[in-house]
Design a protein around this ligand. Structure first.
Ligand code: GRF
Length: 221
């Protein structure tokens, strides 16, 4: 098995990066994490990469005159490292159209909601304000518009009574740590392909399921 060469873009804590690094320790995982780039110097995720013996670089967007200049250097650095698949994991910069094109269908992002609902920032506050019962997270291919793009996989998480944005965020984050390695595994192994706006399974692994929240627990009425 040839493992896909993966680069990860971060801006902060890097807990999803850690989940990917941990998953890639398995000898049968179809991807290896070879390069981590943060646009924020000193980001916690860079220390995690160091700790795991992975090349870690800070490329500070503030050192560049334009978004294009920053993305050009980012792209060159990834190309030099012969990266096949790029994963955004808490990367808080919008990409230029040229960068999105360069990584088309080889570029993933994780977002802490069930897309296409609740794109953008302050997701959990908005989920709670709307009284939603099931939230979750999505891994999708990156397109020009933020938090759009074909969805590879989603995990659902119940919104519980008494939730605060932080409590809900923590529950969703735990799901993210399972979902991202799973989704990258599907893409890296070729178990899925993009058809228009949809990601299609190329294997029989897809099972139907139903999610209820509150859970179904005997007769309620
Ligand atoms: C995650 O909630 C992710 O979905 C969002 O930013 C957060 C990053 O967390 N895009 P971490 O840096 O991976 O811990």
């Amino acid at each position: 098995m040839t493992r896909k060469r993966v680069g990860v873009l971060i801006s902060g804590r890097g807990s999803n990066l850690q989940a990917l690094v941990d998953a890639a320790q398995a000898p049968d995982y179809p991807a290896e994490i070879l390069l981590v780039i943060s646009n924020v110097p000193g980001a916690q995720g860079l220390a995690r990469a160091d700790e795991a013996g992975i090349a870690a670089l800070a490329i500070n967007h503030k050192d560049f005159a334009s978004r294009e200049d920053f993305d050009t250097v980012l792209n060159e650095t990834l190309k030099q490292a012969e990266i096949d698949i790029l994963c955004n994991a808490g990367f808080l910069r919008l990409h230029t159209p040229g960068f999105v094109r360069a990584w088309y269908n080889r570029h993933l992002n994780i977002h802490p909601s069930l897309l296409p609902a609740f794109k953008g920032l302050h997701t959990h506050e908005r989920v709670l304000a709307e009284g939603v019962k099931i939230s979750g997270c999505s891994v999708h291919f990156v397109r020009e518009e933020m938090d759009t793009g074909p969805i590879v996989a989603q995990a659902a998480v119940p919104v519980l009574e008494g939730d605060t944005p932080d409590r809900l965020a923590a529950r969703v984050l735990e799901a993210e740590h399972h979902l991202y390695p799973h989704a990258l595994g599907l893409v890296a192994s070729g178990a899925v392909r993009v058809e228009g706006k949809r990601v299609i399974g190329t294997t029989q692994q897809y099972r139907q399921s139903m999610l209820f929240s509150p859970a179904l627990s005997g007769a309620l009425y």
